[in-house]
Write a protein that binds this ligand. Structure first.
Ligand SMILES: *[C@@H]1O[C@H](CO)[C@@H](O)[C@H](O)[C@H]1NC(C)=O
Ligand SMILES: *[C@@H]1O[C@H](CO)[C@@H](O)[C@H](O)[C@H]1NC(C)=O
Ligand SMILES: *[C@@H]1O[C@H](CO)[C@@H](O)[C@H](O)[C@H]1NC(C)=O
Ligand SMILES: *[C@@H]1O[C@H](CO)[C@@H](O)[C@H](O)[C@H]1NC(C)=O
Ligand SMILES: *[C@@H]1O[C@H](CO)[C@@H](O)[C@H](O)[C@H]1NC(C)=O
Length: 441
């Protein structure tokens, strides 16, 4: 059964938001944003300039673009790197410093994402070549910090993400060996290392499909619900609360249900699903209109989608956004001039979805305190208006124009995994930890 454990934690000030604790497997509010590709052309800043945001948990660095001759590409951030003599491998002391800052000062989970659109190697000629490459990747970016020519020096990434966009071979032995190395190290050092993948939404995914078919244990996957028919742009709102029976969980196009079935270990057509039955699925969305060819939805339209996923799917674990440069581009985001506001709104949507869920099962007494704290963070944004609340389809509301009402404007902001509540005048935070299966210590 479900269990609660409530912790009281003194906070530094009224508006202190809690530092992110990185990826949390029992949380449904994880927020991941890719950094490295400067997809918005020009605006990408150094990694550490984003880590101060408490609304970010996971930052996959994009990308390690070659595995046979390890190569990283970081767009304009690469200009702040040199190369190791006699090698094309980049040497990035600034990033070394920033990864450590983001991890230790801000609690971020910093991963290295392998692949990307420019990855063209198609995998490995043999299983043994794949295993050797896994060892190389582990030596270059994992905890074996004495290895020569480490692009991020003594910084150690928290894990690896696979974002292959074209078909590969022998990726299963590569991923399995990397997982073995990670798990062996985790066991010894008690440091968790994570493996994730970013398949496109059509199920099964062409590029990552073999690994996902019960072969490799992933901690979480970040499905790209954009650039495809099955993306969030084709979510159809059903009015009212987004819960309900299996008929409601199924959408004609938007296919989180197929991925949730995968997560349970058995796909909708009965084939093998996730190897890890506790795998989490993050809803991947573009961070701005121009971050994907199709699939961007305004923040206010994302709220019912997040609510739908959070209330219907056990595997739902939060939201992924592509990419950081778009998220923090003025005028990018949700058509809002406020830099980073789309992130605030996504975070608010996750909080709201969790709160509604929580209230459905357990009463929590501090509603008023939270409501007032939320209102103060969002001046001028009072109660939500009924029409916005009730958007019957993406198209209807999108046509209504680019408003950006904060998703957190409704009355509460509880998180399923953690809650920050502020009372005006009182300097106190409350963390409510809620775990679905096991009791958190
Ligand atoms: C490059 O380094 C400069 C100077 O420290 C910094 O201001 C800038 O944000 C860095 N750019 C990237 C993309 O990392
Ligand atoms: C919330 O505030 C209202 C009015 O200020 C009050 O009537 C109500 O009892 C409060 N609810 C809780 C749970 O404290
Ligand atoms: C909007 O939706 C929220 C969450 O489902 C609900 O609590 C609220 O009453 C709705 N507001 C209106 C005006 O319908
Ligand atoms: C909500 O949507 C339904 C279906 O489109 C519509 O009939 C109803 O009038 C809407 N309500 C509000 C308050 O906009
Ligand atoms: C949205 O509008 C487009 C173009 O008008 C149309 O092709 C599409 O079917 C609409 N989608 C929904 C979900 O109504």
């Amino acid at each position: 059964m479900q269990s609660f454990c409530v912790k009281l934690v003194a906070a530094a000030s009224l508006f202190t938001s809690f530092a992110s604790a990185g990826f949390q497997k029992d949380s449904r509010n994880n927020v991941a944003v890719y950094w490295g590709q400067n997809f918005a052309s020009g605006s990408q800043q150094r990694l550490s300039s984003y880590c101060g945001s408490s609304k970010l948990d996971i930052i996959p660095i994009a990308f390690l673009t070659s595995l046979t001759d390890p190569t990283i590409n970081l767009a304009n951030a690469g200009n702040n790197c040199t190369t190791f003599p006699g090698s094309q491998l980049m040497n990035c002391p600034q990033l070394e410093e920033d990864i450590k800052t983001c991890q230790s000062k801000h609690g971020k989970t910093v991963m290295l994402s392998i692949g990307g659109e420019t990855y063209q190697e198609g995998g490995f000629p043999s299983a043994s070549a794949a295993k050797a490459a896994a060892q190389t990747v582990w030596d270059l970016f994992g905890p074996n910090t004495k290895t020569a020519n480490r692009p991020f020096g003594s910084a150690v990434v928290d894990g690896f993400d696979f974002d292959f966009e074209s078909k590969t071979q022998n990726m299963v032995p590569f991923a399995q060996h990397l997982r073995e190395l990670m798990d062996a190290s985790s066991k010894k050092s008690k440091t968790p290392y994570y493996l994730s993948a970013a398949p496109q939404c059509p199920f099964p995914d062409v590029a990552d499909g073999e690994m996902l078919a019960g072969e490799v244990a992933f901690d979480f996957i970040m499905v790209q619900f954009y650039n495809n028919y099955c993306g969030v742009q084709n979510f159809v709102a059903q009015g009212g609360r987004q819960g309900g029976g299996s008929a409601r969980r199924q959408q004609a196009a938007f296919n989180f249900a197929a991925w949730d079935a995968w997560a349970s270990g058995k796909t909708l057509d009965g084939s093998r699903g996730s190897k890890n039955p506790d795998v989490k699925i993050l809803l991947g969305v573009p961070a701005s209109k121009s971050a994907a060819s199709i699939g961007f939805v305004e923040a206010e339209l994302l709220r019912p989608i997040v609510d739908f996923c959070a209330s219907n799917f056990k595997s739902f674990g939060g939201v992924m956004m592509w990419d950081m440069s778009h998220l923090f581009s003025a005028g990018g985001g949700s058509g809002s001039p406020v830099v980073g506001s789309f992130l605030e709104e996504v975070h608010g949507a996750l909080s709201l979805a969790s709160s509604t869920l929580l209230k459905g099962t357990h009463r929590v007494n501090d509603v008023n305190a939270t409501a007032s704290a939320t209102r103060q963070q969002q001046p001028g944004q009072g109660s939500s208006d009924a029409a916005k609340n009730n958007s019957s389809s993406i198209n209807d509301s999108a046509n209504g124009g680019g408003g950006s009402a904060p998703l957190s404007s409704a009355s509460t902001s509880y998180y399923l995994s953690s809650v920050a509540v502020s009372w005006p005048g009182l300097v106190l935070g409350v963390l409510v930890h809620y775990s679905l299966g096991s009791i958190l210590s």
